[in-house]
Design a protein around this ligand. Sequence first.
Ligand code: SAM
Length: 410
Amino acid sequence: MHVTGAAEAARARMVADLRSHGRALSKPVQDAFAKVPRHLFLPEIAAADAYRDEAFVLKCGPDGIPVSSSSQPAMMAIMLEQLELGRGHRVLEIGTGSGYNAALMSLIVGQEGKVTSVDIDAELVARARASLDAAGFPDVKVTCGDGGYGDPGGAPYDRIIVTAGAWDIAPAWLEQLTASGRLVLPLSLCGVELSVALGRGDGNWRSSSACRCGFVAMLGAFARPQLALRLGGPDVVLIQIADDGDVDPEAVRGALAGPYVEMETGLQTADQAELADLDMWLTLTEPQLRRLTALNAAVRVPGELLPMGGMASHLEDAGHVGIAALLPGAAGLGSSQVRVRGYGPGGEELAAYLGARARVWAGRGRPGAADVELTVWTAADTPPAAPGPVVLERPSAKIAVGWRRRRPTA
Ligand SMILES: C[S@@+](CC[C@H](N)C(=O)[O-])C[C@H]1O[C@@H](n2cnc3c(N)ncnc32)[C@H](O)[C@@H]1O
């Protein structure tokens, strides 16, 4: 394996940074990151830059939205830990992308194990094949197809990992796992994405861990319904609206272009991560509201409009539409309280409602992603009468969103 000295040093720094993130990094995962030359999977950038803890876009669709990326190493490490991958395991990856994650997994499962990876994009499959060969991983099997159907030829698998944003839980993933198998996937719940690990429960599947994430959307037969609207002006903003339901694009554009109100919630949050927990909790406990994500189309980062994303009601009705978004405290303005901004005719009422719900979140001990507990049934199963406060119906699955109990705080 040929690596430049600069790349090797950058790789060692990346591993040290991954270890210092505060999360436990197991020895096999750490060793894999230390050994696999990521720069051979990202030949278009300078070798040392390939070891930055960042996602790199590999390909965009016709609308400019990324359809493939090499994921951020810190997120990959979290998912590999969730997967609990061991020596000798047979593992299936949905979403080959660069092939880098397949190579990491190949080192973890060793000669006794087997990595199979599926990507829906033939061009990316060819690219990953070439990179895997160049990096010394000829045994990883890469195939082109809709990973929603798994890869039945190699089943059963000890582990399945999905690395494209899923919305439904494809039956093949559950069917192609062994009895003690584990599925890790980025799952969109009400427009919020969580990486969850699922294992078999009693007539269902239960999550053992969950963590916030953001992935390119899965394509193919199990793709999530999502609408993208462009707001014009000098800085084009892309609004993505999650899930099914009526939307009047002009109602959304009109609300976001018009005046807004801002109000304080009376709550302080420790940091951005806690604010993200609040945002997630509000979204997951109010499934009747639609989730909006705003991206500055040029740089693809959240802008001023809805910095944390937003929640909306009556998106189909220009006379009643309301969009509300959390804002961090503005210390410069003399307040460090979390605020809520409301847009559109229904914006003030929605913002006040979310402010009240934010205080409920605080009273429940400020739950975050680590407190989410999912129970999943296939579409054919009948869950118990009241499986949880929120049950999301998907074409192939029913997903109950529950919460671990926390000690209430003020
Ligand atoms: C975030 S990238 C994967 C990153 C990859 N694991 C790596 O190490 O670079 C997501 C990939 O999923 C692929 N994808 C999207 N929908 C798919 C589907 N239905 N089946 C298989 N692959 C899919 C995309 O083409 C894209 O390459």
